[in-house]
Design a protein around this ligand. Sequence first.
Ligand code: GDP
Ligand code: MN
Length: 401
Amino acid sequence: MRLHEYQGKELLGRHGISLPEARLAYFPDEAWLHSMQIGFPSVLKAQILAGGRGKAGGVRICQNADEVRREAADLFGRSLATKQTATEGITVRKVLVEKAVDIRRELYVSLSLDRELVCPVIVVCPEGGADIESVGIAQPEKIRKIPVNPYTGYSPFHTREISAFLGLDPSRRDKVHHLFETLYRVFMDYDCLLLELNPLAVTVDGDLVPVDVKMDVDDNALFRQRNVARMRDLSEQDMDENEARFYGLNFIKLRGTVGCMVNGAGLAMATMDFVKMAGGDPANFLDVGGVATPETIAHGFRILARQKQIRAIFVNIFGGIVRCDKVAQGIADAARSLEISVPVIIRLSGSNVAEGVGLLKSSGLNISIVSDVQEATRTIAAALAAETEPAGAELPGEEER
Ligand code: GDP
Ligand code: MN
């Protein structure tokens, strides 16, 4: 789970890292008021869950209140497309107003997990700022990767290596140590996948100040990171995916036209392959999990059926812990209350399959029940082929549309 810059900064601030004074604004005049309290120059920073904001016009340094008023009015509601967002961009709904830092030098610092070394690594580069990726390609010697042994933790020798590599003032060694030790502790304590300061500024006064903070917490650790989980910004996430998560379903939208509902991630992956073999593309990944009830199945089916791009729905369930009759019940309940205009293909196998199939057959719903994957792929292919046949007479002509 990615945190906003302001959330990451709040968290670092609580752990004793000094940061510029900042306040969050939800509308333009609020930014204007904040800036007058904070003082000038101040920076307006669009809070969207993507980097590259500076180059896309999402970071604006303002010299006075009038300027803030103008820039804030322009920033709020704007769709910011950076190189890390989709082309349509992300709408700016929150702006951080921050006292501008008098930057002398921009450094790059990040902590992440190295899957090959199997330990946390600190990555530093003396040339931070907007374009760290290109530095890594053009001058890889400018990037230093420092592994930290998780059993012995962060130690003074790490600080010596970092200070020397970044060319930091030796008389400030204690402050550097405190900063990096804290970053390491936050990274570990919050189960981060990434904690990135880009840039970490060396100010004109020689202080080290995080100008930008990106924090990404492992989703699998959120059960024990309740305070972080509460910080999730649902407004930037897909509402169907939010709803599915609420019901305990793993639902992820994809670009294809065949809706899938499956139990178990492995079978879900295999099912997406079957859809491909049928000449289609999956519209989503949906794993209803092992503890699905008729209710959660019905919720999942409803979410699927409302996807506008869907041309067919394929349900592939292997009844183990989940019994096929419960799945069938959920689908029948949902389907009865919906007007489904696309073919629904269902393959059930395993516990209580006969009861499940019987239930669907007697439901009077227009559902193709298939007995194996071969038949499923053939049926999906046929459904997609029928869909792409020339438009019938009931469709409006070109001039009527
Ligand atoms: P990003 O583009 O999304 O990574 O946003 P950043 O917060 O990293 O800001 C981009 C760039 O804007 C930084 O690399 C700085 O050069 C500049 N910038 C941001 N905040 C300040 C500030 O307080 N003072 C100054 N002088 N520059 C800033
Ligand atoms: Mn940045």
